[in-house]
Design a binder for this molecule. Structure first.
Ligand code: ATP
Ligand code: MG
Length: 506
């Protein structure tokens, strides 16, 4: 098989084991990696992927097992030690210091940067150019997009001459075009004889760029195959979940009811130099999933933030449950009926230092009325139900949100918002970072929700939009170009054209 090469592996893991309390995150994982190859690491949410990679990168120490680097045993007590040996990792949640500049972040922990500064910055520029990782070294990190921040993380590793580069779900925060350029970077690293490992839930990404595929399930490495031998997405899905995954859902017919939300002439955000969305009109009716799609960066993010009340609108009116609000009043609206699943679940969705129950109470205080202990008991019951219904794996309902795997954290927020029984549910990229099984579960849940509520789905994932939506609005440069009822193949082509700003009906 193509997988075995004559040269010895650059990295060999033998029987790596890691426990967190009662959770066995990694169980006797054995894996070898060669130079000049791209590896995709797959597995369900909570399978132990991030843990295994964090061990390689020196963030965690294994409870058992050995790591050999170029034939010699190694033990990393910190990420700095791993990096000094040439192993670096870009985490699911970036580790940049926001107020500092790009260059300061890259040069961090290398002593004072005065004096050598111009030479260092020139070096960073050269590196950025060589890999097509375009970013201004003097820009403060807090002004950068997620895509640019990721480039800084990669530059940090390349600057320190990493030979083995590990990426934890790197594409989750990127646009389609950014994903293509990231894969170009992967290929270039491979050409130079470096080793790339990336974690993903998107099977098409695996097929696009990986040489080898490794699949984890419940802490174990369950299969390894050459990418060339995989015939279909279904093969991969089955390996991950251990059963057939259909990846499609039944969409039961539901009677369409009254308009729950009507947006008229919305523009915003207020106070910005440039409007990010403009003259937006649409309505979402009970019984339907109304989807807003578009290439990231065309105003969807700002529109949702405004609708969710996180940012002020400049103009327009919103009518919600038969009450009309001006742009200014909408944000100060009180009362319930609206649930929101934010895209940025780390910042607006959950709090690390809180237990699952406490996180569950965050947006539901009203629902758990009474004395504090009564509330806590009710919340504990609701949380336990959510954990069961969405198979949220982690340290139990009294465990900290910080200890949940990325996907399980998302499922917790989803479960909480769905359990509020809202009239309107705004779901922003609800399956980002979820494995195939969880994606299927969330799709089912959203379809169930539509029986009793209006659902506003915001997604850049066309398959998701087409699977779930009753109507799809395509945004381009801040405006809704058209609203399409996605039933036929011709509609799909139209949506793609609209996403590129073409094909607007006159
Ligand atoms: N610091 C921690 N403390 C306690 N438990 C943890 C910690 N980190 C991870 N775990 C647990 O270990 C298991 C594996 O988690 P890990 O983050 O490695 O999964 P993953 O495969 O990366 O999942 P995802 O696809 O959801 O990101 C999970 O059950 C998780 O709850
Ligand atoms: Mg993970």
């Amino acid at each position: 098989m193509a997988m075995t090469t004559l040269s010895s592996p650059v990295l060999a893991l033998t029987d790596i084991t890691k426990r967190f309390g009662d959770v066995r995150a990694n169980q006797r994982v054995t894996w070898t990696l060669d130079a000049g190859r791209i590896y995709a690491l797959l597995g369900e949410n909570g399978a132990g992927k991030s843990t295994l990679m964090s061990i390689l990168a020196g963030r965690y120490q294994p409870d058992g097992g050995e790591i050999h680097l170029r034939g010699s045993p190694v033990r990393f007590l910190s990420p700095a030690q791993a990096l000094a040996s040439g192993i670096g990792m870009v985490y699911q949640r970036f580790m940049l210091v926001e107020p500092l500049t790009v260059a300061e972040n890259i040069l961090l922990r290398r002593g004072p940067i005065r004096g050598k500064r111009t030479r260092d910055i020139r070096q960073i520029r050269e590196l950025a150019e060589r890999y097509g990782l375009l970013v201004n070294p003097l820009a403060p990190v807090r002004t950068l997009t997620m895509g640019e921040r990721q480039r800084v993380e990669i530059l940090k590793l390349l600057y320190r001459q990493a030979e083995i580069l590990i990426f934890d779900e790197p594409t989750a925060v990127l646009t389609h075009a950014e994903i293509d350029s990231l894969f170009d970077v992967f290929r270039q690293l491979k050409e130079e004889g470096k080793t790339v490992v990336f974690i993903t839930h998107k099977l098409e990404e695996v097929m696009a760029v990986a040489d080898e595929i490794a699949v984890m399930r419940r802490g174990r490495m369950v299969s390894r195959v050459a990418a060339a031998q995989v015939r279909s997405h279904h093969d991969l899905a089955r390996m991950m979940v251990g059963r057939e995954v259909i990846l499609s859902v039944q969409k039961p017919p539901v009677a369409i009811g009254e308009a729950v939300l009507t947006a008229m002439g919305l523009s915003g955000p207020a106070g910005a130099d440039r409007l990010k969305f403009q003259d937006v009109d649409f309505e979402v009716r009970r019984g339907e999933i109304f989807t807003i799609t578009g290439v990231a960066g065309n105003g969807q993010e700002q529109l949702v933030a405004a609708l969710a009340g996180l940012a002020p609108m400049a103009a327009g009116t919103v009518s919600f449950r038969n009450r009309a609000y001006t742009a200014a009043r909408w944000r100060r609206r009180t009362g319930d009926g609206l649930a929101y699943i934010p895209e940025d679940r780390d910042r607006t969705g959950s709090i690390d230092a809180f237990t699952l129950v406490e996180n569950f109470m965050l947006t539901r205080l009203d629902a758990f009325g009474g004395a504090l202990w009564v509330r806590r008991r009710r919340a504990a019951r609701a949380t336990a139900a959510a954990v069961r219904d969405f198979s949220i794996q982690g340290g139990g309902i009294r465990g900290l949100a910080a200890h949940l795997s990325g996907g399980n954290r998302q499922k917790l927020i989803l479960a909480r918002e769905l359990s509020r029984r809202p009239d309107l549910l705004i779901a922003e990229q609800p399956t980002q970072g979820l494995d195939v099984r969880a994606t299927e579960e969330v799709w089912q849940a959203l379809l169930r929700q539509r029986a009793s509520a209006a659902v506003l789905l915001v997604t850049g994932d066309l398959k998701e939009a087409l699977t779930l939506s009753d109507r799809i609005a395509v945004m381009f440069r801040g405006r809704i170009l058209d609203i399409v009822s996605a039933r036929e193949a011709a509609d799909i082509d139209r949506i793609k054209l609209l996403m590129a700003g073409l094909g607007k009906r006159e």
